[in-house]
Design a binder for this molecule. Structure first.
Ligand code: PEP
Ligand code: MN
Length: 337
């Protein structure tokens, strides 16, 4: 890290900072300028608390040089990662689309939707069996019965299964049926859960928290990777802002920014990212144009009667149209779907 001293800082103040830098196990390199002195603290400062130096007398500001996350960062892994999900891959030239209902409601609903999304080119089926609901009285998901229906859909369609795991206790049962663990936005900072999926051998689709910064998002990914599971897919699903015409605000600039600082594949969820089915097609095309490696789309065979998130779910026909539209955009940006 770089410690910039205030102009007019005294020699004893500078020496005090040098001592603190040494106490942190770092080596100082002092640059005396005409107006100010700058102290470069050399060594691995990832685990060092820069805020400790920020309030020391004579210090103006402290700037980190290394990102606080390591395995998720591009500094240590130059090439972009590719994560296999079932027979498909996310992170290569081909854009992978995950589609399906918000929740698994019954066998007919899921199988009908699964066949439809497969037909249109999805590589994986989504569907929640454990649902994080704002109200405790709302439909909470079918639990294991839902997982069994998902497994049947995989058998019938060949689609990989992506489904949410909400707690560490649910990890073994979800691991039994799913191909990819989904960590929901509300659990992005559930560190015990991140550690637990970090010990598994299946990929993790990590959703960005409703009010998480990019750095917090990547540090959550780091938790999973630090436990040995490097198969992490970052998913932008929209954040909370003052805006009310959408359910969440979908900040697509995060796609190229994540690619700049991380090697992990980036997926966009325009369903939760807008909350409105009529906005999903446009935002899917925009996400592909921005460089997204994948999309996760809510599709329901009968959105008007969906038990959860019907307003943001496409019907199979709309999904088929959307897939055609993103293919055209993908071609324009030298990608495939
Ligand atoms: C979902 O995918 O249905 C879901 C609950 O997503 P999020 O965690 O992004 O709200
Ligand atoms: Mn949903």
């Amino acid at each position: 890290m770089i410690v910039v001293m205030k102009s007019g800082s005294t020699q004893p103040q500078i020496e005090h900072v040098i001592n603190l830098v040494r106490e942190m196990g770092l080596k100082e390199h002092v640059i005396v300028g005409t107006e100010r002195t700058v102290i470069a603290a050399i060594g691995n400062d990832r685990l060092k608390d820069k805020s400790k130096l920020e309030t020391v007398e004579g210090v103006d500001k402290v700037m980190p040089v290394l990102a606080p996350y390591k395995m998720a960062s591009r500094e240590v892994h130059k090439d972009r990662s590719v994560v296999s999900i079932g027979k498909g891959k996310i992170g290569g030239n081909r854009i992978g689309v995950i589609a399906g209902p918000c929740s698994v409601e019954d066998r007919n609903q899921l199988l009908e939707t699964a066949h439809a999304v497969k037909e249109s080119g999805a590589i994986a089926l989504r569907g929640g069996a454990f649902k994080p609901r704002t109200s405790p009285y709302a439909f909470q998901g079918l639990a294991e019965e839902g997982l069994k229906i998902l497994a049947e859909a995989r058998e019938k369609t060949g689609l990989a299964i992506v489904t949410e795991v909400m707690s560490i206790e649910q990890v073994p049962i979800v691991a039994e049926y799913a191909d990819v663990f989904q960590i929901g936005a509300r659990n992005m900072q559930n560190y015990n859960l991140l550690n637990k999926v970090g010990e598994q051998t299946k990929p993790v689709l990590l959703k960005r928290g409703l009010s998480a910064t990019l750095e917090e998002f990547l540090l959550a990914a780091e938790y999973i990777m630090a436990r040995g599971n490097h198969q992490v897919l970052l998913c932008e699903r929209g954040i909370r802002t003052f805006e009310e015409y959408v359910r969440n605000t979908l900040p697509l600039a995060i796609v190229p920014e994540l690619h700049r600082v991380s090697h992990l594949p980036v997926i966009v969820d325009p369903s939760h990212g807008t909350g409105k089915s009529y906005l999903v097609d446009s935002m899917s095309r925009a996400a592909v144009a921005a460089g997204a490696d994948g999309l996760i789309i809510e599709v329901h065979n009968d959105p008007e009667h969906a038990m959860t998130d019907g307003a943001q779910s496409l019907n199979p026909k709309q999904f088929a149209e959307m897939m055609k539209a993103i293919k055209r955009v993908a071609t324009a940006v030298d990608r495939e779907v």
